[in-house]
Design a protein around this ligand. Structure first.
Ligand SMILES: NC(=O)c1ccc[n+]([C@@H]2O[C@H](COP(=O)([O-])OP(=O)(O)OC[C@H]3O[C@@H](n4cnc5c(N)ncnc54)[C@H](O)[C@@H]3O)[C@@H](O)[C@H]2O)c1
Length: 267
């Protein structure tokens, strides 16, 4: 299998994209450390992998806490003997525009998305450099990082940062054979139940209109995002670094969805 002998850490393995990534990497032969700030999420994903015959551990930790991150990576290396793949997937939303944004919420969103990815990448990259066998780091971006959107200032700002952090990190690590890339999902896997849990009342109210701006006219499936992550995690992408792969149903390909959709729907 593509990832036989590899060890992967996936952050934020809640039951949507993070869980699909962890399961896909495990199905491809990797031993997977499932991280989440919520212990039940980390344990559930690790259990699902083990139930399917894979190898996984759960490591509850807050990716914004430097000490917890160092301990997390040390425990993965101790258990599995090294680390080859890191997927920075954990995130936080605030759903506030400029005028309503509080400093605390702004800082929280940037801290999980940017500082969390920085701390995890630094701790893992140091191990990868010591190991001397390269590695792959994948950041999960968002269409909100490529375009502006009302009422989500901190998230849009942080995800824009994710895209350029990917390029800058790739340049820092290229001489060690460590590749750094990002995957850009758009609205993905948000079942009604998941929406309810996320407390995204606006999306629930909108129903199907929630994804009206996706040209393929549907939500992404978490497994579709996971397959793109597997591409970057494996040697199939051996000549890719500092790049982004959009898995967004065409969302970023159009500037005028309304007229495109109307033309398609016209008799
Ligand atoms: N789902 C979508 O529609 C969508 C669209 C575009 C981009 N994305 C991106 O995909 C990724 C996954 O999204 P999702 O919807 O599957 O998320 P999710 O909410 O299902 O999972 C995110 C997980 O991160 C964890 N987390 C939050 N703070 C943490 C911390 N400090 N330390 C460790 N874990 C922490 C949460 O507990 C949660 O389980 C995110 O980076 C998100 O920005 C998602």
């Amino acid at each position: 299998m593509k990832l036989d002998g590899k060890v992967a850490i996936v952050t934020g393995v809640g039951p949507n994209i993070g869980q699909a990534i962890a399961r896909t990497l495990a199905q491809s032969g990797a031993r997977v450390a499932c991280n989440d700030i919520r212990e039940e999420h980390a344990e559930e994903t690790a259990r699902l992998i083990r139930d399917a015959g894979g190898e996984a551990i759960s490591v509850a930790a807050d990716v914004t806490d430097e000490t917890q991150v160092e301990d997390l990576v040390a425990s993965v290396v101790k258990t599995f003997g090294g680390v080859d793949i890191l997927i920075n997937n954990a995130f936080k939303l605030a759903r506030q525009g400029l005028l309503e944004s509080t400093l605390a919420d702004w800082e929280k969103v940037l801290k999980v998305i940017l500082t969390g990815s920085f701390l995890m990448s630094r701790a893992v990259a140091k191990r990868m450099v010591e190991q001397g066998r390269g590695g792959s780091i994948v950041h999960i971006a968002s269409t909100s990082g490529h375009r502006g959107r009302a009422d989500d200032l901190a998230y849009c700002t942080a995800k824009g940062g994710t895209l350029n952090m990917t390029r800058a990190m790739a340049m820092d690590l290229v001489k060690y054979g460590i590749r750094v890339n990002s995957v850009t999902p758009t609205k993905t896997g948000l079942t009604t139940e998941a929406l309810r849990k996320s407390g995204n009342a606006a999306a629930l109210r909108l129903g199907r209109n929630f994804y009206a701006d996706v040209p393929m006219d549907r939500l992404g499936d978490p497994n579709e995002i996971a397959k793109a992550v597997l591409f970057f995690a494996s040697d199939d992408s051996s000549f890719c670094t500092g790049t982004d792969l959009r898995v967004d149903g065409g969302s970023l390909a159009t500037w005028s969805l309304q007229s495109d959709k109307l033309a398609r729907l016209a008799p």
